[in-house]
Design a protein around this ligand. Structure first.
Ligand code: LMR
Length: 394
């Protein structure tokens, strides 16, 4: 059997993560994988998560199965955080999923049951795992123009033009906020225009929502998605708790379906749960139970929001100060876009050889498309880093 297989190509982000771990240089800098780091370079367990995990340990009385949907209170809390009152409860169904990737996968497999091999439009560029994940579910990826490297902003007219060429029943994958890998987000009026386009052309919006709370704030980051949800009859959302609750390894996510009416959404949800049953049966409980405890307890929730806001504002400050350092080093405003972009990622616009030089000669680890993780920056090393980048960029 196995002799029939060829080795799978390594995932670029995970390969870089492994390379960084093996590098023995003490002054190495990790700007690769998208995990939040504090000023000491640690990916700490959040205070509220630690307290909730202790409570769960002390109070949980059974480890029996949770059921196909997972923790129902977790699902309700996630629906409320993400959608607020944008859609009525009878049109919304939520199930737990193993991380944002798990949510993307089960939704994609369910959509593939509705329309086998349907085209899914993906931003160019996008998270490198989107294409393998969605095509692995049976969908057919197609890209739409998204990022203008010259201005650091969204090529909105070209994006709309490409989507005008989509066929009824096609799926449009959108990043809810903090676009990965560019940090360039749609404005609320642009979300509304995309919603109108989806309605006009009969396109199905599918939102990857992995960085809620890392852009402009918890409520602000939902504004575009909620504007979309208010306008379209149907929608799917893959929400991740990995980053904003810092529970990466626990694999906590939620798959959300919005339907035109209760009957339609119940039918789609039954298919979604049947996908999960056929893939992993029931979701893992531990991480979602911890998140549920945090969200259901007003004190823990307030503490989580405060700590999340601290993480967000640290990234905003790092963006501003790094753009300043790059302006000093390059004597130009060519990297000013970094200050305006949102969330964890921006792209420096470097070529592969330049990225290799940064890694080999300076111990600076950047993903191969020149994406940097803003949270990996250290305030006291910004000038050194900026000088190294400008030296290789020329
Ligand atoms: C990233 O983009 O670095 C993260 O989402 C981690 C991953 O799984 O790729």
């Amino acid at each position: 059997m196995f002799e029939k297989l060829q080795p799978a190509p390594p995932d670029k982000i995970l390969a870089l993560m492994a390379q960084y771990r093996e590098d023995s240089r003490t002054d190495k800098v990790d700007l690769g994988v998208g995990v939040y780091k504090d000023a000491d370079g640690n990916t700490a367990i959040m205070r509220a998560i630690r307290a909730a995990a202790k409570r769960l340990h002390d109070e949980q009385t059974t480890k029996t199965y949770v059921g196909l949907q997972g923790d129902k209170d977790f699902c309700a809390a996630m629906g409320e955080i993400v959608l607020g009152d944008a859609v009525s409860a009878d049109r919304l169904r939520v199930c737990q999923a193993p991380g944002g990737s798990g949510a993307l996968s089960i939704i994609a497999m369910m959509l593939n049951r509705a329309r086998p091999g349907a085209t899914v439009w993906i931003s160019d560029p996008s998270w490198p795992n989107h294409i393998p994940l969605l095509s692995g579910a049976g969908l057919t990826p197609q890209s739409y123009p998204y990022y203008d490297a010259a201005t650091g902003s969204v090529r909105f007219d070209e994006m709309k033009e490409a989507l005008r060429g989509a066929a009824a029943g096609d799926i449009v994958l959108l990043h809810g906020c903090c676009h990965n890998p560019t940090g360039a987000d749609l404005t609320v009026p642009q979300w509304e225009a995309i919603a109108d386009l989806c309605n006009e052309k009969g396109l199905f919006p599918f939102v990857d929502f992995a960085y809620l709370g890392f852009g402009d704030g918890l409520e602000e980051d939902c504004a575009g998605l909620r504007a979309l949800a208010r306008r379209v009859p149907e929608l799917a959302i893959a929400a991740s708790c990995s980053k904003n609750f810092a529970v990466y390894r626990e694999r906590v996510g939620a798959a959300m379906l919005v339907g035109a009416n209760a009957l339609d959404v119940d039918t789609a949800f039954s298919q979604l749960l049947s996908v999960t049953r056929s893939v992993y049966s029931m979701p893992p409980d531990h991480g979602a139970a911890i998140v549920r405890i945090v969200l259901d307890d007003p004190e823990l929730r307030a503490d989580w929001m405060e700590e999340l806001e601290g993480m967000r504002s640290r990234m905003v400050t790092l963006r501003r100060d790094f753009a300043d350092a790059l302006r000093r080093a390059s004597n130009s405003g060519r990297y000013d876009f970094i200050a305006d972009q949102k969330g964890m990622f921006s792209r420096l616009g470097l070529a592969t050889e330049q990225i290799d030089t940064l890694r080999n000669e300076h111990g600076i680890y950047i993903v191969g498309d020149s994406r940097i993780n803003i949270a990996g920056l250290h305030h006291d090393k910004l000038d050194d880093l900026a000088r190294a980048i400008v030296a290789v960029a020329g």
